[in-house]
Design a protein around this ligand. Structure first.
Ligand code: KG4
Ligand code: ZN
Length: 346
């Protein structure tokens, strides 16, 4: 059994978590997430403010995670830290802290790719969310459709060609005058909208597309965002806001659901796993679950706490890397972008 501390500082959450276990049998002993509310004022994450906020919170957040787990640094077998992708200044706070902590406590350091964390997150709540499966990772910065025959073995089927799914939610939220981040607000507002008022076509979805075509799995949201912007110009926002949100969300969900179903069918997967902040969208989860049922596939989706950025998912992916014998040296660096480890273009 391994006890591992996870640290996440890639964007605007300072988070630490302690997990213990082996293989896929893992228990969460603690999870602390400190969200930096300050960015709301600016309508988006301000990198330097994020870095400075991580500097002041990282020590108390880690101390709290150890306290909640009723453990001290001496009880740990490893420390895992997000080193990519993300805001470099923000990542460097976690990376530097992780190195110092590992050096001072004499425990090995493991580097974790943030998106591999999102891929593992759902398995902390759903024991069935383990490979082989089809995965759809939808966050503020990334949108990836993967076939996952085994942990660490990732076949990239499709990705967004422009904006990420969460980014599209946030931009449409801003356009509709909603607070940052827009995703949860757009989802709530869309419930009151009339689905027939604005119909946007689902992006990159041709019914005659065939496996092997470039656009069979790829996604795109920038055109949809522009269509919503254009429709909003001729609309009375006070009256049409909810219907614009509804039309946008319906089109985005249709594209995500269809492409994910195509991937599950083509690769014969009976399980589909969602990850990333957008994955906690209930409207998306319900539509995905219903569509996959037609293909005899089941959906595993994370709760909001584990869908959005958190250190438990980093500790979980770190445990996998640790068990494979991977260790980071004390010259570990942070990277704004980096391919998912073990990924091949399918
Ligand atoms: O994974 P995450 O916490 O951070 C990144 O790694 O980017 O994802 C944040 C994204 C934001 O764009 C946010 O608007 C979106 O997840 N999000 C949602 C919902 N909750 C969070 N999008 C749609 N519906 C939601 N309920
Ligand atoms: Zn994330």
């Amino acid at each position: 059994m391994t006890r591992i501390l996870g640290i996440e500082t890639s964007c605007d959450e300072t988070s630490a978590s302690v997990l213990e276990g082996a293989g896929d049998a893992v228990a969460m002993r603690s999870l602390v997430i400190l969200s930096q509310d300050v960015h709301r004022v600016f309508g988006g994450v301000v990198p330097e403010i994020a870095s400075r906020a991580h500097v002041t919170s990282i020590v108390p957040v880690v101390e709290r995670a150890l306290l909640d787990a009723r453990l001290t640094a001496r009880d740990l077998d490893a420390v895992a830290v997000t080193h990519a992708p993300g805001l470099v200044g923000a990542l460097l706070v976690g990376v530097s802290f992780g190195k110092s902590f590992a050096f001072a406590s004499g425990v090995p350091l493991v580097a974790v790719h943030h998106m591999e964390g999102h891929l593992f997150a759902t398995s902390l709540e759903h024991p069935g969310a383990v490979p082989p499966f089809t995965a759809l990772l939808i966050s503020g910065g990334h949108t990836m459709l993967l076939d996952v025959p085994a942990w660490g073995d990732y076949r990239l089927l499709g990705a967004t060609r422009d904006d990420a799914a969460g980014e599209a939610f946030d931009k449409v939220g801003k356009l509709l005058g909603l607070p940052y981040p827009g995703g949860p607000h757009v989802e709530k507002l869309a419930r009151e909208g009339d689905p027939a008022r604005f119909r946007f076509s689902a992006p990159m979805l041709r019914s005659n597309a065939a496996p092997g075509d470039d656009d069979y799995f790829d996604l795109s949201f920038s055109g949809l965002k522009t269509a919503v912007l254009n429709a909003s110009r001729g609309a009375d926002l006070a009256r049409d806001r909810a219907s614009l949100a509804r039309g946008f969300q319906d089109a985005l969900i249709t594209a995500l659901v269809e492409k994910t179903a195509r991937a599950a069918v083509l690769h014969g997967r009976g399980r589909v796993v969602l990850g990333g902040g957008v994955a906690c969208n209930r409207t998306l989860q319900d539509a995905m679950r219903a569509r996959l049922a037609e293909e005899d596939a089941v959906l595993f989706a994370p709760s909001a706490r584990l869908a959005t950025d958190n250190a438990a998912m980093i500790a979980r992916a770190g445990l996998f890397r640790f068990e494979r014998g991977e260790r980071a040296a004390l010259d570990l660096n942070a990277y704004a972008s980096l391919p998912l480890p073990g990924v091949i273009a399918a």
